[in-house]
Design a binder for this molecule. Structure first.
Ligand SMILES: [Zn+2]
Length: 412
């Protein structure tokens, strides 16, 4: 977390530092506390706070007595001060949200994922316009549009490279196409990184130490955060754990190996196992992402209703995934593992006990500290909320901006 400086020419950076501290303070923070934690003078803090109050980004709250001094006025983020749009592109469903400055969802829409990038761009443009109309907010009143898509992503060019299971997608300049179609500033990010940022902004805002987010969907991807900041890596693509081998006798993967963590949790693997065990009819449609997703839902329902064989399908996958999670948790010395993603709410009842038991029994660092296992505090929309959170983060966090305008120009 950056400390401020009293040099006048970096006033804008200081403003971001102060706003960041206010948004991270769950119960508000006083001017005196801000001065102490940023290293800025009380006069500088007062000037910045006056500007933030005038812009409607911050509100004054209750007065709190501390020690013998006079009561201090607590400062809070004003949720109505700004808005952001977020879209999550998944092989089955596109989720779009409009959030306030605090990351709370004001409007939400989902639609079946259109086939091909052109259809997707025009559907996103229509949907985001509908969200703004429903909330009565002008496009000028939003900070930008965040887009969470399957990685890896060429961040500097704003291109989605080869997303698995998205038909007709290869090296798509999604960021600029969406900026042109919507007229909004667009920020493109890997879906799992966006989800981690949503947990930090909105869900588990108090996540400290080192935390992991595992996204369970058509693949498995991870994100790492340390002290409340995403660890993004050299090309902002950190977290590609999909080919971590967790069972040398496990299912075959397209990479040529067996038992990679991604294929071990893939809906296609679970559905095939269910067909082999006679739980699903061999004629069950299971070609498109939507068909696979529906078949997975049936297996989870059977397991939830107490079918032992269906439960075994899920627990076998959970044991393999748990092995990989234990390795990654040891690698980064994590004390919290958060799960989410499109399949998570269905898998959670079967995965959570297995992952907890594996970490408790086999994590090398279990002697040093426990590893907590949580479900996403944001829920099924974590990718879309994360995309919107990235826009908020980019606008207000004290670090260089990566937001690209509708003109395709990187803004200072
Ligand atoms: Zn593999």
């Amino acid at each position: 977390m950056g400390r401020g400086t009293n040099l006048p020419r970096v006033g804008d950076f200081n403003q971001r530092v102060v706003l960041d501290r206010i948004r991270r303070a769950a119960h508000g923070v006083s001017r005196v506390e801000l001065a102490a934690s940023t290293g800025l003078s009380l006069q500088t803090i007062s000037n910045i706070v006056t500007r933030l109050l005038a812009r409607g980004l911050v509100v004054e709250g209750e007065r709190k007595a501390e020690g013998r001094g006079k009561p201090r006025t607590m400062l809070h983020l004003d949720p109505r001060g700004a808005h952001a749009l977020g879209v999550h592109v998944d092989p089955v469903v596109v989720t779009a949200v409009l959030t306030d400055l605090d990351g709370a969802v004001l409007q939400r829409r989902t639609l079946p994922t259109p086939v091909g990038p052109d259809a997707l761009v025009s559907a996103v443009a229509t949907t985001t316009r509908e969200l703004l109309d429903a909330a009565g907010i002008e496009p000028a009143g939003v900070l930008g549009l965040g887009v969470a898509a399957p990685g890896p992503i060429d961040m500097s060019a704003g291109r989605v490279i080869h997303p698995p299971l998205l038909e007709g997608w290869s090296d798509v300049p999604l960021r600029d196409a969406l900026a042109r179609a919507t007229g909004l500033d667009v920020l493109l990010e890997k879906d799992v990184s966006a989800a981690m940022v949503a947990e930090l902004w909105r869900g588990n805002r108090m996540l400290r130490g080192t935390s992991l987010f595992f996204s369970m969907g058509f693949g498995v991807a991870a994100a790492v955060a340390h002290e409340g900041e995403l660890f993004a890596g050299t090309s902002r693509n950190a977290g590609e754990v999909g080919h971590l081998i967790v069972d040398p006798d496990g299912p075959s993967c397209d990479c040529g190996h067996r038992g990679c963590i991604g294929v071990s949790a893939a809906p296609a693997t679970l559905v095939r196992d269910a067909v082999d065990r006679g739980l699903l009819d061999p004629g069950t449609p299971r070609v498109t992402p939507r068909e696979l997703d529906a078949a997975l839902t049936r297996v989870c329902r059977q397991a939830g209703a107490g079918d032992r064989s269906a439960g075994d399908v899920l627990r076998t996958s959970a044991r393999r995934v748990a092995r990989g999670i234990t390795i990654v948790a040891d690698l980064v010395d994590a004390d919290v593992v958060v799960f989410g993603g499109p399949s998570w709410s269905r898998l959670a009842p079967f995965y959570v006990p297995v992952v907890r038991a594996e970490l408790a029994a086999h994590a090398t660092l279990r002697e040093m500290h426990p590893v907590e296992v949580l479900g996403s505090a944001v829920g099924d929309d974590v990718g879309a909320v994360g995309a919107a959170s990235l826009v908020l983060d980019d606008a207000f966090a004290p670090r260089p901006s990566g937001l690209v305008g509708a003109t395709g120009v990187v803004q200072p």
